[in-house]
Ligand binder design. Structure first.
Ligand code: SAH
Length: 408
């Protein structure tokens, strides 16, 4: 195997179990005999050693400022049952924390570094696991990962691979980036009339073929449950609703009315399917395909107000250099929402931009409140749920943050 030697003292963070080796920390790379090229291949397994030749771990080589992502610390090679062992461990955690129940078969099984599998995301929807590789290394192992999912997760019968948007776009990648790796169950599947995934007793149609990311935003489960607690008798606006997660919980919580808004017509179609499945009699739900800024301005001009607004926009900053504009965007959209909240109303506001930290987001919302001039208090500070764990040595894994505001 190829060996990567670090510069002196650059082993410190690996010894603290931070899983990334930056290219600047590398002294030299000694290729094994199989190489014709002068560099390791993107995605191949390499062994990382300190300047003093101590084994630090084995990981995936990649091209870019993060050169290696460690899979196993202190080992020269991956153990034979590596994928099964890691997936079994992740499943046991989800089971132990009570996420796997007859009324809940929707959960994130693998959250990258948070489950000690950097570059890998797996979401489970009833009998189907949707796998996303963010590194070529994970792509290379996709079939082993699929088999381990089938072996270790009792409910999984199908494994769908969806990495066309997540693999490094410059990498020379062999093999398909999208498609079923394992296809067993007749009952599956994406957007078919029979397929339903259950989250806290609510049914969701999940379309992993055409939907965003892996098809569903599992990360808002706990925050949706909190909306249910506050929804009784309220007029609710669920802005950026996607497939209507927050809307279903608000309806179950006894909301007076729920308006769901998303710019995507496909999302709105799914919201309507989900509402009719769970609340066939409901006459108090409306779904509209519209741009958030335009919708809020038009409603405001029409004198409309709400008791409870949820703002869960897509990541406004996908990269560090976009943070400034993103913060302006968060301030603008939050100001528009705060303006439309009735006295004594509540705003649930979120940011899923990893590059925007908690403090910066809070400051943007503070600026919005100050701009509108309302008296605003923070009731809850929200974050990603327990199946999106953050490796304590890898704080970069924290991305979702939210505030629940009481607006006087
Ligand atoms: N709250 C959702 C997830 C939201 S994801 C849930 O719980 O599942 C962000 C959503 O914002 C996407 O569905 C996307 O279609 C929508 N979106 C993006 N830009 C928008 C815009 N300008 N106006 C309204 N919706 C937008």
């Amino acid at each position: 195997m190829t060996t990567v030697y670090l510069k002196p003292h650059k082993e410190e963070s690996l010894k603290r179990f931070h899983p990334w080796v930056f290219s600047g920390a590398i002294a030299k790379v000694v290729l094994d005999a199989s190489h014709e090229a002068s560099k390791p291949q993107e995605g191949e397994l390499v062994c990382v050693r300190s300047a003093a030749n101590e084994v630090l771990g084995v990981g995936h080589w990649q091209i870019g400022s993060i050169a290696v992502r460690i899979l196993a610390f202190g080992l020269e090679e991956l153990p034979a049952d590596f994928w099964n062992e890691r997936i079994r461990a992740a499943y046991q955690v989800r089971n132990a924390i009570g996420l796997i129940r007859p009324d809940n078969n929707t959960f994130r099984l693998i959250h990258g570094e948070g489950d000690f599998l950097p570059g890998l995301i797996v979401d489970v929807y009833a009998d189907t696991a949707v796998v996303q590789a963010h590194s070529v290394g994970m792509h290379v192992y996709r079939n082993e990962i699929a088999q381990a999912l089938l072996d270790e997760v009792p409910q999984v019968k199908n494994v769908y691979y969806k990495s066309d948007d997540t693999l490094p776009f410059k990498a020379a990648i062999e093999g398909e980036k999208v498609g079923y790796l394992i296809e067993n169950s007749k009952l599956k599947i994406n957007n078919s009339e029979e397929f339903w995934s259950l989250e806290n007793g609510l049914f969701f149609r999940i379309d992993w073929l055409r939907g965003q990311k892996t098809g569903f935003f599992v990360d808002q489960r706990e925050n949706r449950a909190l909306v249910e607690r506050y929804a009784k008798d309220k007029d609710v606006l669920n802005m950026f609703c996607y497939t209507g997660g927050f809307s279903l919980y608000a309806l179950r919580g006894g909301a007076k009315t729920v308006d769901s808004v998303d710019v995507s017509q496909k999302a709105i179609d799914l919201v309507n399917i989900n509402v009719s499945k769970n609340f066939p009699e409901a006459t108090n739900h409306t779904a509209v395909a519209a741009d958030a800024f335009e919708y809020l301005s038009a409603q405001k001009n029409a004198g409309k107000t709400y008791d409870l607004i949820i703002l869960d926009p897509p990541a406004f900053a996908k990269h560090r250099d976009a943070v400034k504009n993103a913060l302006r965007g968060y301030q603008r959209i939050n100001a528009k929402a705060i303006e439309m909240i009735r006295p004594g109303g509540i705003l649930f506001t979120f940011s899923c931009s990893q590059a925007v930290d908690k403090e910066a987001f809070r400051l943007a919302v503070f600026s919005a409140a100050a701009q509108v001039g309302r008296k605003v208090r923070i009731m809850h500070q929200l974050h990603q749920p327990q199946d999106h764990p953050i490796n304590i040595y890898h704080p970069e894994g924290e991305y979702l943050k939210g505030l629940v505001l009481y607006v006087e």
